[in-house]
Design a protein around this ligand. Structure first.
Ligand code: HEC
Ligand code: HEC
Ligand code: HEC
Length: 205
């Protein structure tokens, strides 16, 4: 009888150990992909599925099967390393895509504003360069101003935490524009900090 109880608790212990190991392993995958908690972001193999399988369109609708599958539509685009694996900025630049800027007027042209805003980042990450040009190729000023950003340099408080929660840049990035992954940090954090080595040389002189 005693032996049995002992055995049972040993069994429970090993189940507990397995559970801890499992938690630990999921913990690691969370750290590897900062967006893995975001249930709106699909896994790589679930991305760009044909319309009948994407969970958005009516899988039984007659028209659904006639829609062009994204993988086919994207095959000619410039590739990227995250999101839906299309570099939309380069694809537009290279004329792979020719979007309409006005639903009714096929000749309408976007108002492109070429103004970079540098946001200095404390710590070792390179500074963030927010480029108006690439955004206004796709978007209207009113998509961001004033609801998401007050149009004044430094007037907005932006942090990585708020972006990952879907605010500020995260209103779009991670949903309709490239997401935050280890492969995309440098697209935003693109301005290296002034080199320390140079400063040292200057001090020595
Ligand atoms: C995708 C979002 C987005 C779009 C679209 C956008 N902006 Fe901005 N804009 C920003 C951000 C971010 C800043 C920087 C705010 C900060 O530093 O706090 C900014 C800053 C500005 C500033 C302040 C510049 C300064 O030096 O103080 C002006 C003016 C401005 N935008 C005008 C416009 C106009 C005009 C358009 C349309 C042609 C436009 N923006 C489109 C995001 C956007
Ligand atoms: C969509 C653009 C974008 C991407 C992608 C991005 N960041 Fe940021 N990051 C920002 C902005 C904007 C700030 C705020 C800068 C400021 O203080 O104004 C920021 C701030 C930071 C900071 C400073 C502390 C904080 O939370 O504000 C760190 C550290 C950081 N980012 C790390 C990362 C890492 C690591 C990655 C890749 C996993 C990454 N960022 C990807 C835009 C981005
Ligand atoms: C209203 C939507 C929206 C917001 C808000 C927004 N972006 Fe974007 N961003 C886009 C779109 C759309 C693109 C082009 C598609 C893509 O690259 O995924 C883009 C592209 C970019 C690019 C790539 C430019 C290139 O040359 O490839 C950078 C860098 C960037 N965004 C940074 C930021 C930062 C930093 C913020 C916050 C200060 C921000 N974005 C806020 C929609 C947005």
């Amino acid at each position: 009888m005693r032996y049995q109880i002992k055995n049972f608790s040993a069994y429970r212990l090993s189940v507990f150990a397995l559970a801890v190991m499992f938690m630990f392993s999921t913990q690691i995958s969370v750290a590897a992909d900062p967006n893995s908690f975001n249930r709106l972001m699909k896994k790589k193999e679930e991305k760009n599925l044909p319309p009948t399988l994407d969970g958005i369109h009516d899988s039984e609708g007659e028209g659904t099967a006639t829609l062009q599958p994204p993988k086919e539509a994207f095959s000619n685009m410039v590739k990227s390393k995250a999101g839906n694996y299309v570099d939309w900025v380069k694809s537009l630049k290279e004329g792979k895509i020719n979007p309409r800027y006005d639903r009714l007027d096929p000749n309408a042209k976007p108002i492109i504003m070429d103004l970079n805003i540098v946001r200095e980042v404390k710590g070792s990450m390179p500074d963030v360069v927010y480029p108006h040009a690439q955004h206004t190729e796709w978007l209207d000023c009113s998509n961001c101003h004033p609801a998401i950003f007050i149009p004044q340099k430094g007037a907005n408080q932006i942090s990585m935490a708020s972006i990952l929660l879907g605010q500020k840049c995260g209103v779009c990035h991670g949903k309709v524009a490239f997401p935050i992954t280890a492969k995309t940090c440098r697209i935003c954090h693109s301005k290296p900090k002034p080199k320390k080595a140079k400063n040292k040389k200057q001090v020595k002189k």
